[in-house]
Design a protein around this ligand. Structure first.
Ligand code: NAP
Length: 474
């Protein structure tokens, strides 16, 4: 089926189209328009023209549109999950979880729309500030360019579109080329929910043409990007004076301290490593386990991993399905092979069947192996032995990334030590680094990015703080 671009409230065709195929069975799902520069220009112009209307719209109206979207999405959640499963090969039960989270994200956006405010200041705290009343307000900044990845095609769009609408901005959205259907679906629902024409525009096509035009256009005041560090850096270099939020990758780690009841945490750790085939920015990639519980942990982890069912993303039994592309299958397998050649041991998995990589557990790895120091973005996890909490923290921090980290411990001193010393955006105590609910501040340090999402925090990034000072003695 031929799809259309969404510009200024209308569905418009493009000059060129590309087939979109299922990552699982290669069947063509849809024909996707490839936006030209002229199409992107129209989308930016539409967003620019719609800005005043959105900025002046009362907050309760913005909230109401988002509430309506929540209602519409809730009614069609099975359909939404099927779209994600088809275009991203996300197992359907995981896709349903994503839809539930997307609903939450828009719910929080509807609520936050009504509580955007500044603060009153005491200017007389400084000599010369007497007899003045001062307050701040938060104003929308204008057109927001949103560029999103393939791995959470609905909820990561929501993390940009929700707060942008809540705060009175307009959006030009470029979804990942492999997962445009989720973005079109949300545009359809928002139109039905009464969003003014031009407030959201969806343009599909290659990152290097469509993305580049959005990043370089002067009318776009902010870029909110989620994706790989490589593209993130390129965007940062091209964005000039625009505000930029970058939510990038990581090789997230977990510490398991001695004294932990290993059996009770294994199912959660396995889910953290292999959910969505490990294609999660906070997927559990490195596990550092205290030597006293190491053997028990490895045995139980391998046993649990081997219970996972691989297969068709549309089958409710499937836990692990295809990686997003053949190229990624080849890359992941070659990293495993490279690790094996330099001493790593494959405790389970290590092979691919078609585009499905088996859930893989590696032992005896070294920090400079690609499987350890780079983001693998596949169903591969390594488990290494440590003898102290200090050593474990050192290993976790030995990374160019810093998104989230986890520690399971019964020792309060170890928990607080980890909270203080881990160089990441979020520390999860007695949980895996993969924990996220959608209103918490979320983002990374180092090459994991800059800025924070989580509705309230994204709204701060998407608004300008304006100061008003009233001199009462004139
Ligand atoms: P990606 O290759 O960086 O692509 C992300 C988006 O950027 C896509 O829409 C892509 O378009 C576009 N793009 C590509 N080149 C561009 C350019 N030169 N200028 C502007 N836009 C460009 O990432 P991905 O493979 O889709 O996603 C995986 C990455 O995202 C991983 O590193 C993962 O950790 C990260 N991620 C981070 C978070 C977080 O919150 N921190 C969440 C999820 C994922 P095309 O698809 O057309 O190339």
């Amino acid at each position: 089926m031929k799809r259309k671009l969404f510009i200024s409230g209308s569905w418009v065709g493009a000059e060129h189209y590309a087939p979109l195929s299922s990552p699982y069975n290669k069947k063509v799902i849809a024909e996707i328009p490839i936006a030209s520069e002229a199409d992107v220009e129209k989308a930016i112009e539409a967003a620019h023209n719609a800005f005043l209307k959105m900025a002046k719209m009362p907050k309760h109206e913005r909230g109401h549109i988002l509430e309506k979207l929540v209602m519409l999405l809730d009614k069609r959640k099975e359909e939404a999950a099927e779209i994600i499963a088809k275009e991203a090969a996300k197992p359907i039960k995981t896709a349903l979880e994503e839809v539930q989270r997307t609903i939450q994200t828009y719910k929080f956006s509807a609520e936050e729309a009504k509580r955007i405010h500044g603060e009153a200041l005491s200017l007389d705290a400084a000599p010369g500030g007497e007899n003045r009343t001062a307050y701040t307000v938060r104003e929308p900044i204008g057109v927001i360019g949103a560029i999103t990845p393939f791995n959470f095609p609905m909820n990561l769009v929501a993390h940009k579109v929700g707060p942008a609408i809540a705060s009175g901005n307009t959006i030009v959205l470029k979804p990942a080329s492999q997962t445009p259907l989720s973005a079109f679906f949300i545009a359809e629902l928002l139109q039905e929910a009464g969003l003014p024409d031009g407030a959201l525009n969806v343009v599909t096509g290659s990152g290097s043409i469509v993305g580049k035009k959005i990043v370089e256009d002067e009318r776009v005041k902010m870029i909110t990007f989620t994706g790989s560090p490589q593209v993130g850096k390129e965007i940062r270099n091209k964005a000039g004076l625009k505000r930029v939020t970058l939510e990038l990758g990581s090789n997230s780690a977990l510490i398991v301290d001695e004294g932990i009841d290993v059996k009770s945490i294994i199912p959660r750790c396995v889910k953290g490593a292999f959910s969505n085939q490990g294609q999660v920015c906070i997927s559990l990639q490195r596990i550092y386990v205290h030597e006293h519980v190491y053997d028990e942990f490895v045995n139980a982890f391998v046993k649990e991993s081997e219970k996972l069912t691989t297969g068709d993303p549309l089958d409710f039994q499937t836990d692990v399905s295809a990686l997003i592309s053949e190229h990624d299958v080849i890359r992941v397998i070659s990293w495993i092979e490279e690790a094996k050649k330099t001493g790593a041991i494959v405790a389970t998995g290590g092979n691919a069947k078609g585009n499905i990589v088996e859930p893989t557990v590696l032992l005896n790895t070294k920090p400079d192996m690609k499987v350890s120091c780079q983001e693998i973005f596949g169903p591969v996890v390594l488990i290494e032995k440590v003898s102290s909490i200090e050593q474990a923290v050192e290993y976790v921090n030995d990374s160019r990334y810093g998104l989230q980290a986890g520690i399971y411990t019964k020792n309060i001193h170890h928990a607080l030590y980890a909270a203080e010393e881990l160089k990441v955006g979020g520390v999860m105590i007695n949980d895996i680094p993969t924990f996220r609910v959608d209103h918490m501040p979320y983002g990374g340090v180092k090459e994991s990015g800059m800025g924070r999402e989580g509705i309230k925090y994204a709204i701060e990034e998407m608004t300008e703080l304006k100061l008003v000072v009233i001199n009462r003695q004139v």
